[in-house]
Design a protein around this ligand. Structure first.
Ligand code: MG
Length: 216
């Protein structure tokens, strides 16, 4: 019996999250905001990618903002702030992912009337966030070559629910002895319709291609 209760409780939590995510999506759409949930392991380059993409977008007059999700601290929040982005920090404590309810409260703190593009940086993790949509329009998952060539096939659930896969730090591929094509081929097997973009945020490689895939 105990097992049944656990399963039902889990299903309730996921259903409640999906309802709040739908509300978030409706709110963002009402304000004409394009939203992107960035997922990836710690050190995959999520924060730098968002900073670089925001630089390009802002140079075209696109107004950007961010939600920084982390288990603890405000490192990414401070980076985005210094970068001139309106930003809200979310600390998840013991939770290893953002959920729609946390994002709902973060949206209350942003001036939604003055945002065109919202980046939501999730907690550095490729497992827990998979089941928790946040209400963003597009889920962008990032793996970097420094994590090895098996990161895609090790995370089939997340890859199956991602809209775009970014293979980052390709400038380091040779040094790491990782073939980015292995990651690309694994992605093609798991989610054949998911666009895959190779980038190196630090070098500025592939950022325009990524923005094009994001429809920006
Ligand atoms: Mg980060």
């Amino acid at each position: 019996m105990h097992k049944v209760c656990d399963i039902e409780l889990g299903a309730d939590i996921l259903a409640a999250n999906r309802r709040i995510a739908a509300d978030n999506a409706a709110l963002l759409e009402k304000h004409g905001i394009r939203s992107f949930d960035f997922l990836g392991a710690i050190g995959s380059g999520k924060t730098l990618l968002i900073e670089k993409l925001a630089d390009i977008l802002r140079s075209k007059g696109v107004r950007c903002a961010a939600i920084a999700g982390d288990v603890a601290g405000d490192d990414d929040y401070q980076r985005f702030r210094k970068h001139g982005l309106p930003v809200v920090n979310i600390n998840t404590g013991k939770e290893c992912h953002l959920d729609a309810h946390m994002v709902d409260h973060a949206l209350e703190k942003l001036d939604l009337g003055s945002i065109d593009v919202l980046f939501i940086e999730n907690v550095g993790n490729l497992v827990c966030p998979a089941d928790f949509p946040l209400g963003s329009k597009t889920r962008v998952t990032i793996v970097s070559v420094t994590e090895g060539d098996d990161m895609v096939r090790k995370h089939p659930v997340l890859m199956g629910s991602s809209d775009i896969l970014v293979i980052n730090k390709i400038g380091l591929a040779q040094i790491m002895e990782v073939d980015p094509e292995t990651l690309r081929k694994d992605a093609g097997r798991i989610n054949p319709h998911m666009p895959v973009v190779m980038t190196d945020a630090r070098l500025g490689t592939g950022l325009d291609r990524l923005l094009a895939k994001m429809g920006l």
